[in-house]
Design a protein around this ligand. Structure first.
Ligand code: SAM
Ligand code: SF4
Length: 336
């Protein structure tokens, strides 16, 4: 009897990861309060970071040996990575050609959107939690709202459609601004998704009792906007619950990672900027690919190590469990 070789990134719970999030840097030019402390963090030293060639090599192993068909570059702030356009270009030239997207705070996107589009970037998610100047400064500790808005407009003009906007609501800071943020996105043709705040901030300040839940977000929006759930069957492994606004076609999404976890449908895997595989945002262990890569491992060996790394993926993040412990790395160093 012959056995079928296990080719993809399967775990022990029947899930197969096909969506790879690659962190290109742990550095950032904002200091969002739900992510980083004011003074920043101890950044990874340059020799620890994967080079552009090393990133493309690992991405290529994922695409050509492990069935990964979606690559999202993130960080930290990926636009700070000098080789970004080249990395995107080389990734979109892989066969089979993966979908390639970017999650960014938008600062500098006005300058780079055209080049990224020309390199084959398919889509972009820009994080924007408020359209008010004072709230932006309070939340990000930087006066850069104008740059983000310019980045969004440039992405739209460059045809990186649909431009998605990610927003986190913080109680007492911007939770009263959900309707105006949605209106702003509707007016500009951006697709807004609210993300429940998760316990991934470096300061460990997250508190379930004060976080804004998906139910609250819906309640805040429903006064002003007629929201109807879109067909759940089309959701698949996508984490956002989607709602049409005033009958559509425009939609708003809510990613209820905490109150309605979607771990059972998870198809994600992450690679940190220093070459560690993480099978989950909340994983407390990582698997080192950098040492093997630098030690001369073949593509097949790297693929084998990656498959082994995925088998330990837990069935769920366990945030609601009293024994839950936040991972050592904060969101900015994992790659959100
Ligand atoms: N710097 C880029 C940005 O802000 O889009 C990419 C990295 S950032 C870590 C990726 C996403 O994670 C952003 O949309 C951000 O809002 C989100 N994020 C960061 N910390 C979070 C937290 N504690 N809970 C929920 N989302 C968070
Ligand atoms: Fe930087 Fe993104 Fe974290 Fe904000 S959420 S501090 S922009 S990495």
């Amino acid at each position: 009897m012959t056995t079928t070789p296990q080719l993809g990134l399967a775990d022990n719970y029947g899930r197969v990861a096909t969506d790879l999030r690659v962190s290109l840097t742990d550095r950032c030019n904002l200091r969002c309060t739900y992510c980083m402390p004011e003074e920043g963090l101890d950044w990874l030293a340059k020799p620890e970071l994967l080079t552009d060639d090393e990133i493309v090599r690992l991405v290529s192993v994922a695409v050509t040996h492990l069935g990964v068909d979606e690559i999202r570059f993130t960080g930290g702030e990926p636009l700070l990575r000098r080789g970004l356009v080249g990395i995107v270009d080389r990734t979109t030239n892989l066969l089979p050609r993966p979908q390639v997207s970017l999650t960014t705070n938008g600062i500098g996107l006005a300058r780079q959107a055209e080049a990224l589009r020309a390199a084959g970037l398919d889509r972009v998610n820009v994080s924007l939690d408020t359209v008010r100047q004072d709230t932006f400064e309070q939340l990000t500790r930087r006066d850069r709202l104008k740059d983000v808005l310019a980045g969004l407009a440039a992405a739209h003009a460059a045809g990186l459609a649909p431009v998605k906007v990610n927003a986190v609501l913080m109680r007492g800071v911007n939770d009263d601004q959900a309707p105006e943020l949605l209106q702003f996105c509707l007016d500009h043709g951006y697709e807004l998704r609210f993300i429940e705040q998760m316990p991934l901030d470096a300061q460990h300040g997250w508190d379930r009792s004060t976080m804004i839940t998906a139910d609250e977000i819906l309640e805040k929006l429903s006064d002003r906007f007629g929201l109807e759930p879109t067909d759940a069957a089309t959701r698949g492994s996508a984490p956002a619950e989607s709602f049409t606004v005033h009958g559509g076609p425009q939609t708003v999404g809510i990613i209820a990672s905490v109150t309605r976890p979607f771990c059972g449908d998870c198809d994600r895997v992450r690679l940190t900027a220093d070459g560690q595989v993480r099978d989950c945002l909340f994983a407390r262990t990582e698997s080192d690919l950098r040492t093997a890569l630098r030690g001369g491992a073949s593509d097949e060996e790297l693929a084998d190590r990656w498959r082994t790394a995925m088998r330990g993926k837990l069935p769920g993040h366990g945030i609601a469990d009293p024994s839950f412990l936040q991972p050592a790395r904060p969101m900015s160093a994992i790659g959100g």
